[in-house]
Design a protein around this ligand. Sequence first.
Ligand SMILES: Cc1nc2ccc(C(=O)NCC(C)C)cc2n2c(-c3cc(OC(C)(C)C)ccc3Cl)nnc12
Ligand SMILES: [Mg+2]
Ligand SMILES: [Zn+2]
Length: 344
Amino acid sequence: QVSREETDQLCAENTGSVARYSPSFTAWEYFPRDLEERRWPAAVLAMYEDLGLVHRFGIERSTLARFVLMVRKGYRDPPYHNFSHAYSVAHFAYLMLKNLQLVESRCLDDLESLSLLTACLCHDLDHRGTTNSFQVASRSVLASLYSSEGSVMEQHHFAQSVCILNTDGCNILSELPPKDYTQCLDMVRGMILATDLSRHLSIMTELEAMATGGYRSCEPRHRRLLHSLLMTAADLSDQTKRWLSSKKAAKLVYREFFSQGDMEKQMGNDPSEMMDRERAFIPKLQIQFLDDIALPVYSLMGSLFPACEEVYAQTKANRRCWQRMADICSRRNATNVQSIDVFD
Ligand SMILES: Cc1nc2ccc(C(=O)NCC(C)C)cc2n2c(-c3cc(OC(C)(C)C)ccc3Cl)nnc12
Ligand SMILES: [Mg+2]
Ligand SMILES: [Zn+2]
């Protein structure tokens, strides 16, 4: 649980305007992890307030403070999938809501805005730094619980979110009428499940059709598709920031992948190239990941929301940097993660 003084201290924080955290807090290029770590919970409170969600849904400040502190406690400390990732993903959702005016333009309503920010904050709760397939291969408890429906980790992340909401004094949705409460939880569940890569890949065709034909807010399917796209755009947002920040984030992802690969070797299994520190050539893998997964997401965002073009442009710029690194590294035939440190 969370101590009383911690909650009171956070609650007392005059979170005030978001400019207190940085003059560029609402800029696409702002890297939220540049804010000192102990101020992240206060910045999350400020985002809920700045979006008008505290007032609109009658959220008690102390409840929101306890909720955010419980969520922070609910994250473990793997290299990448820790609270700093959750906080960054929530910040990007805030940027999209703010800069694309998703509620003002009636693409989303208030309840979807509340669901999106909350889903982002909770979307990787209790992550162990290993993938869904590793859960199944290692016969983890989570696999025994969830592998029949797939999305093992994402189902667990949602279950953990519900646990926190059901903890005394942490239910930020308690003032919602029953219908809205159920709808919000249902949307948070769909949004968290949308961050399973295989689910994302399975809706790419529908997303492209929606981007070509235009978003129709009157169609429930379009709204669900938009929820999913916004979640993946937020989940990958490290790749839309300046080069050094996005490269550093990528290295943390590979630190997780490589330690999973080490465990797979100990289990007598052969890890995929991406997980194998002996075989992986990160620049090439990153170019593949950006081309196959990240760039299409921001290209779709750019075609649905012109104000998002610069995000797509920065991600393309980062891909060019990986290409330059691939050319230089392969000339020096330096292959593994240590060699790319020379660019720090
Ligand atoms: C820098 C960076 N490189 C990555 C390289 C590879 C992969 C990967 O999973 N490849 C699997 C093969 C089968 C293609 C993910 C990477 N990745 C993610 C990420 C994205 C996720 O899924 C959504 C958000 C739905 C796209 C889910 C989990 C993660 Cl860790 N975040 N940052 C990264
Ligand atoms: Mg995840
Ligand atoms: Zn994530």
